[in-house]
Design a protein around this ligand. Sequence first.
Ligand code: 5GP
Ligand code: ZN
Length: 121
Amino acid sequence: MPLQRDDCLFCRLTREGDFVHQAPGFVAINDINPQAPVHVLVLPERHVDTFRDVGEFDAGEAKRMLEFVAETAAKVGLTDYRVLVNVGPGGGQTVFHLHWHILGNLADRADVPAALQERAG
Ligand code: 5GP
Ligand code: ZN
């Protein structure tokens, strides 16, 4: 299977996006419609439709992808944050190129328990 797909928005953004962080094989961009004060998307350059197919990455790539998620959060100044993957339409996935959401500065969100909010300061 080719690394990228011509008709995929996120394949294009891995080539032309405005990156907040970049490493071989991976980029991070700000979400166009942020759901938190910090909302970054991590995109592998390799086109994989969905997290269900994560086995398409070899072990080294999968490890680097997870490390890149953590590095990206640190790079944008986060120590505490949420990492989220929506899987399939029923899980809220709208773009069918695997991506990781990093959500930060969640302290005033209603769905974050008060105890966590206090710790997050
Ligand atoms: P999903 O719903 O598939 O988990 O996440 C897709 C995310 O991509 C959404 O949060 C949406 O706001 C974001 N998004 C959609 N189109 C674009 C775009 O053209 N640029 C950027 N930066 N984000 C996008
Ligand atoms: Zn793609």
